[in-house]
Design a protein around this ligand. Structure first.
Ligand SMILES: NC(=O)C1=CN([C@@H]2O[C@H](COP(=O)(O)OP(=O)(O)OC[C@H]3O[C@@H](n4cnc5c(N)ncnc54)[C@H](OP(=O)(O)O)[C@@H]3O)[C@@H](O)[C@H]2O)[C@H](O)CC1
Ligand SMILES: [K+]
Length: 517
């Protein structure tokens, strides 16, 4: 699914109205009706008090449409206008007149924090105060209103975005943003739903289709894409009946040091379980017996040194190479890696200490083959790009790194983001169970195993990150967050593959149709 910028959303709105011969008021009616339907389906007429807070722009206009439909359907509604500006949008005014024609209970004008409405914990707040049009800091009394929402502990449903959250910046003051329990966003998720510093403003989100022109949606390139099942299915390569292991490539995993042999074992298991034909682990001698006995499917070549890698020397021809897991950053290991880079022509995936070595010796970045995959966690990323001021600055600096060295950078986190040039691929799978030792090593193996099978590096990265998260999503239901360990990611890979072809379950409840008033 594409993630559009706010400029692209405004453009799509205008184009849709023109192509479909509708007014912007009709588009707002569609948007507001969708929100109403969503609520109506879940509330089924329940008389829980619903407080609809509307701004003075089009987000507020959406709120007025919702309030009007709720009123005409007999709900217990209180509508407020948060009067933060003297200007009003045209469609706000049209809907303001319409709601006045529907009820004697006219919207209450809020001008300051002196008379904040009483809201019970069991009530519902609909937040239609600011949408994507927010463009400057909010005034103090509106911040007080947001704090009042928090204090009531009532459930907050935000329309389009939690009010106060800009679509392209990290808030300077957390209290100036509404904390939404749920956000219903029009047509496209917003990038801020996925960044560590801004995702927290909504517990959950959902996209509502408001019928924006399909051609516009299909043909407009976006800075970011959300990667779910629909996006990875076209990447998947089915197997031919008469294929053999030679067709699926040979991956080499170089890494490990005394006490960190498990990292190479996990990565090697990741390589084979994701479907590569063969895997060879290159590691210090101390790893020879443990790896051969714990994972007999792997072949092992050992370094001359017992405890660390000192010379990368092998007589096989791998299709893809992973370097770095558990490798340490000893001077001899750095020299060995440096020498290896001088002659290597094979696709590379670099993780963990491999990235720490690159951070120490930035000149080595120039020796990486084109489309090398780097998979840093935040601390390792900082070594490569320096400190960032906020998540948007982090993305900007990572894009610059990717462009300069023509590499693919995987920013690992709650929503892992793969950066390639100016493009962002935001992964939709995964959960907090993955925050445990060794899951990164498995990911390195998975991406390397996909490249060895013939996937191009970018496709392998996007697909590998997706399957890695999906494996955890499927297994955590049985194992729980706390007991999940890196080996479980490997065990879940077959389920993640099979899940690609599962038909979606039929909906439990029938969707309510669009209603006029
Ligand atoms: N396809 C769609 O997604 C549709 C979305 N719709 C809804 O429209 C909003 C966007 O509406 P817009 O009117 O552009 O903006 P807002 O409602 O978010 O804000 C209203 C105006 O408030 C002013 N502003 C901005 N920041 C502040 C501030 N800190 N304090 C005071 N005032 C502020 C600004 O106007 P200025 O002229 O004063 O700069 C805003 O324009 C979208 O989110 C959806 O909810 C449509 O209903 C249908 C299609
Ligand atoms: K809002």
């Amino acid at each position: 699914m594409k993630i559009f910028s706010k400029e692209q959303i405004y453009e799509g709105d205008a184009l849709t109205a023109k192509k479909q011969g509708i007014t912007s008021t009709e588009l707002m009616e569609r948007a507001g009706t969708q929100i109403f339907n969503w609520l109506h389906l879940r509330m089924q007429g329940a008389q829980v008090p619903i407080h609809v807070f509307c701004g003075i722009g089009n987000n507020g206009g959406d709120g007025l449409v919702v309030a009007r439909h709720l009123i005409t359907h007999g709900y217990n509604v209180k509508t407020y206008i948060v009067n933060y500006s003297k200007t009003r949008s045209k469609d706000f005014l049209i809907n303001y007149e319409r709601i006045k024609g529907t009820t004697k209970d006219w919207p209450i004008l809020l001008n300051d924090a002196k008379e904040l409405p009483e809201i019970d914990e069991k009530d519902i707040i609909v937040d239609a105060i600011f949408g994507i049009g927010l463009n400057r800091p909010i005034v103090t009394w509106v911040k007080q209103l947001f704090n009042h929402f928090r204090a009531t502990k009532a459930f907050v449903l935000s329309i389009d975005v939690p009010s106060g959250l800009e679509t392209d910046a990290v808030p300077k003051d957390e209290e100036c943003v509404v904390n939404a329990g749920y956000t219903l966003s029009f047509q496209t998720p917003k990038l801020v739903f996925f960044l560590p510093e801004t995702a927290k403003y909504t517990v959950q989100w959902e996209v509502l289709d408001i019928g924006i022109d399909p051609e516009y949606l299909f043909t407009t390139p976006t800075e970011a894409d959300l990667i779910g099942k629909n996006e990875v299915l076209p990447i998947y390569k089915p197997r031919e009946k008469y294929s053999h292991k030679g067709h699926f490539g040979h991956a080499l995993v170089i890494g490990g040091s005394y006490g960190k042999i498990g990292a190479v074992t996990l990565a090697s298991r990741g390589v084979l379980t994701i479907g590569a034909g063969k895997v060879t682990a290159y590691m210090p001698k101390c790893g020879y017996i443990p790896l051969q006995s714990s994972f007999p499917e792997a072949m092992v070549i050992s370094d001359v040194n017992d405890e660390k890698i000192t010379k990368i020397d092998f007589n096989i021809t791998p299709d893809a190479v992973a370097f770095g897991v558990g490798a340490g950053t000893d001077a001899k290991t750095i020299s060995a890696f440096e020498a290896f880079l001088k002659t290597n022509t094979k696709p590379l995936v670099i993780d963990a200490d491999g990235i720490n070595i690159l951070a120490k010796k930035k000149a080595l970045l120039k020796s990486l083959p084109e489309n090398t995959v780097l998979t840093p966690h935040p601390k390792e990323l900082e070594g490569l790009i320096g400190k960032w001021t906020d998540d948007f600055d982090k993305l900007k600096k990572t894009k610059a790194l990717s462009k300069k060295y023509k590499c693919i950078v995987v920013i690992k986190g709650a929503n892992t983001i793969t950066v390639y040039g100016d493009k962002l691929y935001v992964n939709a799978t995964g959960n907090p169970s993955l925050a445990t030792a060794g899951t990164g090593d498995v990911l390195t193996g998975m991406i390397t195993g996909l490249i060895a099978q013939g996937y191009d590096a970018l496709a392998a990265t996007i697909f590998g990150v997706y399957l890695h998260g999906k494996s955890a999503d499927l297994l955590v239901e049985e194992l729980g967050y706390q007991s999940f360990i890196a080996s479980h990611v490997i065990e879940g890979i077959p389920l993640a593959y099979l899940d690609l072809f599962k038909q979606p379950e039929p909906p439990q409840v029938e969707e309510a149709g669009e209603e006029e008033n």
